[in-house]
Design a protein around this ligand. Structure first.
Ligand code: NDP
Length: 460
């Protein structure tokens, strides 16, 4: 799962290589300049304006406040936050690099341990140590052990240091992106899989190296995509729940819903981490600022806005609304998971499987790799893949809407996530289809004729 809206059109694929056009460049410059400000604005508006996105603007326009007033009220970087963050990242690196997976040995059906990724454009197959579920479990067991038994630190620690931690996350995000850029020039992991455009900003943002690594196992994409951000996601939500308890003496049902629904999404990610190796993020995207900074800052800060909002505005939903939202979230999750599973099963078994109890229907297709070798593949046209070409995104969007609805309708801030996901997934859908068209040519056209809709049958 890439976790950013700014997944601009990639320039390399199996077949083509294009110059950086002015629109891509303008978008990149815009995002490099404004994405950090957007994150700051959201978090600051909760801290200083009870999550109102409009009030800061009104204050500035009416000159009730100046930018300097807002900035001076913003908590600065502290030694405590720097210590917490360093310990956090170091612990995740330790779990990732030094604890080989043991979950797959005793959890039936779980695929962990050493797994192979997809073939890269120049024909390399990377091996990955899949131990994300284990890292998540260990981290959360320690979190609960601390909360209920050891009391080394308060469970509200994340909320209490949220803005100082934002500076730390930014430092890491920029450091890792800059390091990846320098590394790609001087000591790339696989020089042939590098993609230089000659445009500094594009290369910095979209990345040069395909799979940068340190040593044999420390893979930047897998680590940064999954660990500091996604393991933290559920802890951040737990910290918000603890803050509600501290402030109001209870945790609202909306907070529980957000924790549960997002918890399922995160757990699903780790349960299917081996599958994730075959998704667009790992198979097609290079590692640059949009992944490095995005995973460190954008994801943990903006994907958790609902929980943050509920600390400032505790919403107690009536039973009917709570159940309705839970059902929407669960149906969304079911569609998301089943659709992804159908494609995975179909591809893994080369079509020798059952989809909804029947032999799968599909379209045979072929493509050429850069060295001119012809390969064959299949595009599934039954199950959810017969309903729309990206029904997995539709399920994802339904789940995203459920998180937002749990926050009620008083403010727009918690709805940022559904706006963002709609843009991200629509853009991703178009980007992916562009890539598939250049890869499969007329076979892709046959497929789009057989499955004419992208996200919603009969609509789009
Ligand atoms: P998909 O899992 O849909 O993969 C797209 C690829 O699948 C295509 O490039 C093509 O690759 C292959 N494909 C397309 N159509 C078919 C078909 N009919 N049959 C078989 N193979 C097909 O996309 P993503 O990797 O983007 O997404 C994976 C999941 O991650 C989704 O559920 C998405 O919702 C989620 N996600 C979540 C995000 C978040 O921030 N929360 C962000 C992005 C994604 P090939 O070249 O192999 O043919």
């Amino acid at each position: 799962m890439s976790l950013l809206c700014f997944q601009l059109e990639k320039k390399s694929s199996f077949l083509d290589y294009r110059e950086v056009d002015w629109f891509s460049l303008a978008s990149i410059l815009f995002l490099l300049m404004f994405a950090p400000l957007i994150v700051y604005y959201f978090i600051m508006s909760c801290d200083q304006y009870q999550c109102s996105l409009i009030d800061p603007v009104i204050d500035l326009l009416t000159e009730k406040k100046h930018l300097s007033d807002i900035w001076n009220k913003t908590p600065t970087l502290t030694y405590r936050a720097a210590g917490i963050y360093t310990l956090w990242v170091a612990f995740q690196v330790f779990l990732y690099v030094f604890i080989p997976d043991f979950c797959h040995k005793f959890i039936p059906g779980y695929v962990g341990g050493v797994q192979e990724g997809a073939v890269t454009p120049v024909g390399v197959v990377n091996k990955y140590e899949i131990n994300g579920l284990q890292a998540w479990i260990i981290t959360h067991v320690l979190w609960f052990a601390n909360a209920y038994y050891f009391h080394w630190f308060s469970p509200t620690i994340i909320f209490d240091n949220w803005i100082p931690l934002l500076w730390c996350a930014n430092i890491l995000g920029y450091a890792v992106s800059t390091f990846a850029m320098i590394k790609s020039y001087f000591f790339p992991t696989n020089a042939k899989d590098c993609k230089f455009t000659g445009n500094f900003f594009y290369d910095y943002m979209m990345g040069i190296e395909f799979n940068p690594r340190i040593g044999k196992w420390f893979d930047f994409k897998l680590f940064f995509n999954g660990r500091p951000g996604i393991v933290a996601w559920t802890l951040i939500n737990l910290s918000y729940a603890a803050k509600q308890q501290e402030l109001y003496g209870e945790v609202t049902n909306s907070m529980i819903l957000v924790n549960v629904l997002q918890g399922i999404y995160v757990l699903d990610f780790f349960w299917n981490e081996a599958w994730y190796l075959k998704t667009i993020d790992i198979c097609h995207d290079h590692f640059g600022w949009y992944l490095g900074w995005g995973d460190c800052v954008w994801l943990p800060y903006l994907y958790t806005l609902q929980g943050l909002y509920l600390v400032y505005h505790p919403v107690q939903l009536c039973a009917a609304n709570a159940i309705g939202i839970l059902i929407l979230g669960m149906i969304g999750y079911y569609i998301f998971r089943t659709t992804n599973h159908q494609k995975d099963l179909f591809r893994r078994t080369n079509g020798n499987c059952k989809i909804w109890g029947k032999k799968p229907e599909y379209i045979e297709c072929s493509y050429m790799s850069v060295d001119g070798t012809k390969y064959y593949s299949k595009l599934l046209t039954s199950g959810f893949w017969g309903w729309a070409r990206h029904f997995n995104y539709t399920g994802d969007l339904m789940g995203s809407l459920a998180y937002c609805l749990a926050c009620g309708f008083e403010h727009i801030l918690p709805y940022f996530y559904i706006f963002y996901m709609t843009i991200l997934l629509t853009h991703r859908c178009i980007r992916d289809e562009h890539r598939c068209f250049s890869k499969y040519g007329k076979d892709w056209k046959r497929y789009t004729a057989a499955v004419p809709y992208r996200l919603l049958p009969g609509v789009f």
